[in-house]
Design a protein around this ligand. Structure first.
Ligand SMILES: *Cc1c(COP(=O)(O)O)cnc(C)c1O
Length: 398
């Protein structure tokens, strides 16, 4: 679909064909593990890449392919590959690009399993890493070891403090290190709010489980970038095997059609909730890039067209009071994840960081009174009322 069309239009139409089997309007769900060849000649034409067709389910599927074309179009990339989860996308892309002796720069505030993979698993294969602060482009530049660093990977905005990486600053660093590939996990921003490829980033990763799918009903991950890089990663996906199931690809295609509508709503609701929480005396601090109090507010204004649907904040008080507040929410459900139509709330200390002691959590920057709110598409008035009544419950008797 033409670049001139708006993202909302492309979310509906991009990647999908007007000429489908049975004249179906929607992209058919192709449930097959393999594909047939009429004869040896047809097989030869396929091997010589004279025809575009599939061979075997681990190498490709037409429903998955349509979803890949839609993701690539929205990211403004030449191509995209889909995976069985966001983590399959992260791990397959990194393993495809790294060899023993290479070095990775990772920003600290990030998805816990990505950090675990880079700092805990990659060293087993001789790949070392340096972890730096996301809001500090100079620290990223200093961490690059010429000749050894092959990948710089960061989220933007980050999880859970919504730090925004200055992508134009990254572009100038990249110019000085042409052999280093820059990867942005843009799960929290979606292509609606930020398109890192336009800032010269090499690869964009999404946990499509979140906003792209948008309905909390599937797991998927994507990698977008140049045709050559994505082709190499897709080839490696055939080795690792973390392909997306066609059922999930069908749901993802369907979910992405409403991405523009959903994210616009989530942006607006999250901003109004963040503002309301910031003025509530029972809240110690709010982390949201749309607030002037956020350290990356100016960067966010410059490179994002919306600030996303996740708001993190500290409740005044201890872990048990924060737990009472979270437990008292009636619209927001207690669950990990984000980006779907349902509003979800979690206290990271009791969710992803449960096994750590309070001291260890403070050391990794996760205090017990931290709450992450992932705003859905419900009415923001209802969400605000829900948070207010839950705060009343948590602070009763004060
Ligand atoms: C959820 C998430 C992932 C992992 O994605 P899965 O689909 O759960 O495997 C990676 N990065 C970020 C920023 C996420 O939020």
């Amino acid at each position: 679909m033409s670049e001139k069309k708006s993202l909302e239009t492309r979310a509906v139409h991009a990647g999908e064909s007007r000429r489908n089997a049975y004249d179906s309007l929607t992209t058919p769900l192709a449930l097959t593990s393999t594909y047939t060849f009429e004869d040896g000649d047809a097989l030869g034409r396929h091997h010589r890449r004279e025809v575009e067709r599939e061979e075997y389910g681990r190498y490709g599927n037409p429903t998955v392919r349509a979803a890949e074309r839609k993701v690539a179009d929205l990211d403004g990339a030449e191509d995209a590959a889909l995976f069985s989860s966001g983590m399959a996308a992260v791990t397959t892309a990194l393993l495809a690009m790294l060899r023993s002796g290479h070095h990775v720069v990772l920003t600290r505030d990030c998805y816990r399993r990505t950090r675990q993979f880079v700092t805990g698993v990659l060293p087993r294969f001789g790949v070392e890493s340096t972890v730096v602060e996301p809001g500090d482009p100079e620290a990223i530049e200093r961490a690059i070891v010429p000749g050894k660093t092959r990948v710089v990977i960061s989220e933007s905005p980050t999880n859970p403090y919504l730090r925004v990486v200055d992508l134009e600053a990254l572009r100038s660093i990249k110019a000085a290190f042409p052999s280093v590939k820059f990867i942005i996990d843009a799960t929290f921003s979606t292509p609606v709010n930020q398109r890192p490829i336009e800032h010269g980033v090499d690869l964009v990763i999404h946990s499509a489980t979140k906003y792209l799918g948008g309905h909390n009903d599937l797991l998927a991950g994507s990698v977008s970038g140049s045709a050559a890089l994505v082709d190499a990663i897709r080839d490696f996906r055939g080795v690792m095997g973390g392909v997306l199931d066609p059922h999930a690809a069908y749901l993802l295609l369907r979910g992405m059609k409403t991405l523009g509508l959903r994210v616009a709503r989530q942006n607006a609701s999250a901003l109004s909730l963040a503002r309301a929480l910031e003025t509530d005396p029972r809240i110690e601090r709010v982390f949201f890039p749309g607030l002037e109090s956020h350290p990356d507010h100016r960067v966010a204004i410059a490179q994002m067209s919306g600030f996303g649907g996740v708001v993190s904040f500290l409740v005044k008080g201890d872990g048990p009071r924060t737990e009472r507040f979270v437990d008292a929410c009636r619209v927001a459900a207690i669950a990990p994840s984000l980006g779907g139509v349902e509003t979800l709330i979690e206290q990271p200390a009791l969710m992803s960081y449960y096994e750590m002691s309070p001291e260890e959590r403070v050391a990794v920057g996760i205090p017990d009174n931290l709450v992450r709110l992932a705003v859905g598409i419900e009415s923001s008035d209802d969400l605000l009322d829900d948070l207010a009544q839950a705060l009343d419950v948590a602070f009763a008797g004060q």
